[in-house]
Write a protein that binds this ligand. Structure first.
Ligand code: A2P
Length: 307
């Protein structure tokens, strides 16, 4: 089976193109963010995904600015952290300053849950504020609809080319549609063979929202790559398990954002193959056999997150 450097792209509801394979940088903190972004741009990635809370915007931005890739050819995403939901314009300016860029291609609301900046320690809002009880400090006097209204205004500033959401369920998207003007360009959520998100994918596709997969290999230590079926299929096609899984994602028609801090793995993750229909089907139904696995499930109290 032949591998090729992946160059697919998808169209956003703004008309802009988004490269379908991008570098994920969650847990590539600090210098790891620089090393992985540099490796990605050298390997030919055209899309890098970061977030204010990843604490690597400086390093990701430095790698972008040092690269030979013209800015207009690159697709850069960052995200509004939960404690910044009342002030998206200020948060965006801070992110752009760290990135050293004039605009981002996509600005996402990181979670639908506003958190209370006043509960943060040491005046740093880029953290998860907790109450003395140990629960997350949710900003109960705010909601994601108001945040989205603030984000809509950013479209007129030229500092964002598109806005979107992350970790939104169908039900929370419906709440948004009922009250807001702009349909999100993207919804970035956890997706992998043990959390295939069939229903959410179909819903987003119908509404013209591009789904984006984070933790596409199952996050820390890539547990998905240890699955017997995935190992077996990868061996059959003479590719790495990660290449098989990334190819499965892309063939389902959405954006995939594999993370690696290792330059060799960053490069090999860009090489994809055409997965035959019967193997696509086996991967599409794997979670039925093994059971679903959701890796990222923060405790946001009684907020209806994934329902
Ligand atoms: P590392 O950063 O050391 O390469 P996800 O994209 O689902 O968040 O997965 C990230 C995990 O997958 C990290 O532990 C990362 O480790 C690992 N990983 C990324 N690419 C590969 C690969 N090609 N082979 C094996 N593990 C990988």
């Amino acid at each position: 089976m032949s591998l090729q450097k992946d160059q697919r792209s998808l169209k956003l509801n703004t008309g802009a193109e988004i490269p379908a394979l991008g570098l994920g940088t969650w847990q590539s903190r600090g210098d790891a963010g620089y090393i992985s972004t540099k490796a990605a741009l050298e390997a030919g990635y055209m899309h890098v995904d970061t977030a204010a809370i990843y604490k690597n915007e400086d390093q990701v931005g430095r790698a972008i600015r040092e690269s030979n890739v013209p800015r207009e050819k690159l697709f850069v995403t960052t995200k509004l952290w939960c404690t910044q939901q009342r002030e998206p314009a200020k948060a965006l300016d801070e992110s752009l300053q760290k990135l050293g860029l004039d605009y981002v291609d996509l600005y996402l609301m990181h979670w639908p849950v506003p958190m209370d900046p006043k509960a943060c320690k040491d005046g740093d809002v880029l953290q998860i504020p907790e109450l003395p009880s140990g629960e997350r400090a949710i900003d109960k006097d705010w909601d994601f609809v108001r945040t989205w209204e603030g984000m809509e205004k950013l479209l007129d500033t030229g500092k964002v080319r598109a806005i979107g959401v992350s970790n939104f369920s169908i039900s929370n998207l419906e709440t948004l549609f009922a009250k807001c003007k702009v349909v999100p360009a993207c919804n970035q959520v956890e997706v992998h063979p043990l959390l295939p998100q069939h229903e959410l994918l179909e819903f987003c596709q119908k509404k013209g929202i591009v789904l984006e997969a984070y933790s596409p290999l199952g996050s820390t230590n890539a547990p998905i790559l240890q699955d017997e079926l995935i190992k077996e299929l990868a061996e059959k096609h003479n590719v790495q398990p990660a290449q098989l899984v990334i190819s499965w994602h892309l063939q389902r028609g959405y954006v995939v954002l594999p993370k690696s801090s290792n330059p060799d793995r960053v490069a090999s993750n860009l090489q994809t193959l055409r997965v035959p229909d019967e193997d696509m089907e086996a991967l599409n139904t794997l979670s039925k056999k093994r059971g679903e696995m959701r890796v990222v499930n923060p405790k946001f109290g009684d907020f209806p997150l994934f329902k």
